[in-house]
Design a protein around this ligand. Structure first.
Ligand SMILES: Cc1ncc(COP(=O)(O)O)c(C=O)c1O
Length: 330
């Protein structure tokens, strides 16, 4: 899905709540030229019965974001809890009573030529209505001829803007070749992850996923799935290297991520996964996950932060204004 945003949407930019059309950066912005930004992706799901929007694991997402910003030495002058409040405030100001996607972005904001970085940083948070990211069906995925970038080149776990050229190249090839999503191998030739998601396979009764040292993003959905597998489905989970050929002989395969949710894979490189239909474990995992993120499973309310009528009703203190880009319209 491509999310076209309303220019009147209120976003958090330069320490203020402003309409999207006013949230502009200059053409010489460092991050635009050199990819020196770090982003996050957070989902919010609308619960119609409770008339509530639940942000899914926002504290963990903001903690990961701030850690990843540290890799690029970008300072985000707000705590994870303050960032959650800013996000909830965006939901309220925009009356977002639907499923949403939240995109925090921190970046090197100096406007000049030269790759060396300095301490001029800025950040923004955008929350917008968002439906399905990948088609709602069993997917056909293709192993990409592009390799997953190495930790010693650009850390995949960092969600670093420039690193997503790797994902964009693979996705573009995959879509043009008729696949729904690209799968990356790492430089050792073993399975790493999808272009925008982690991967799980069922093999010999175990749920298997590449370990966090295989150049993957340390997915928060991946973590949720492992918890659901162990505690709700009684499944053993193994984090280990996966060979490409295991994709062709496994029993089930699915993708996980904030944007993709739990997406079943029924074909890989024109080969059916088992019988070519959505597997039982995948179907049940998908059901459990979506029940949990919509607030319908009491045990997993711990993952959710309500945006309406949430802890702090007063407008959160603006943060990060000092490092606002100089061209912010005020
Ligand atoms: C490359 C990549 N891998 C995995 C994921 C899944 O991570 P998460 O579940 O934290 O969204 C994403 C999405 O953010 C991603 O971009």
């Amino acid at each position: 899905m491509k999310a076209e945003a309303d220019p009147n949407l209120i976003v958090y930019f330069g320490g203020e709540y402003v309409p999207l059309r006013e949230a502009q950066v200059g053409i010489l912005t460092h991050a635009l030229h050199y990819g020196t930004g770090v982003f996050e992706g957070i989902r919010g799901y609308w619960n119609d019965t409770e008339q509530q929007l639940f942000l899914v694991r926002p504290v963990e997402h903001y903690q990961r974001w701030k850690q990843n910003c540290g890799i690029l030495r970008i300072d985000v002058p707000a705590s994870a809890e303050q960032l959650c409040e800013i996000t909830a405030e965006l939901v309220r100001r925009n009356s977002l009573r639907t499923d949403i996607y939240v995109r925090p972005l921190a970046y090197k904001s100096a406007e000049r030529v030269g790759v060396a970085t300095d301490d001029q940083d800025a950040f923004a948070v955008v929350a917008l209505p968002f439906g399905q990211y990948l088609p709602d069906k069993g997917l056909h995925v293709g192993v990409s001829s592009w390799r997953r970038l190495e930790d010693n080149s650009i850390p995949a776990r960092g969600k670093i803007c420039g690193a997503y050229v790797n994902s964009a190249l693979a996705t573009d090839d995959a879509r043009r070749a008729g696949y729904d999503e690209a799968l990356f191998l790492n430089e050792n030739g073993q399975v790493s992850e999808g272009a925008t998601c982690n991967i799980f396979m069922m093999r010999r009764g175990k749920l298997v996923t590449p370990s966090v040292t295989e150049n993957v993003l340390e997915g928060i959905t991946r973590d949720s799935v492992m918890e659901l597998a162990q505690h709700e489905m009684g499944l053993a989970v193994a984090e280990r290297a996966i060979d490409r050929s295991e994709l062709y002989i496994c029993d089930e395969l699915f993708l996980t991520g904030t944007a993709v949710g739990i997406s079943p894979v029924v074909r890989v490189d024109h080969r059916p996964v088992k019988d070519g239909v959505i597997g039982a474990v995948t179907g049940e995992m998908r059901r459990l996950y979506f029940e949990a993120v919509r607030g319908n499973l009491q045990t997993y309310r711990k993952w959710l932060v309500p945006a309406f009528g949430s802890r702090q009703q007063a407008e959160p203190e603006p943060v990060g204004a000092a490092s606002a880009p100089s061209n912010v319209a005020r």
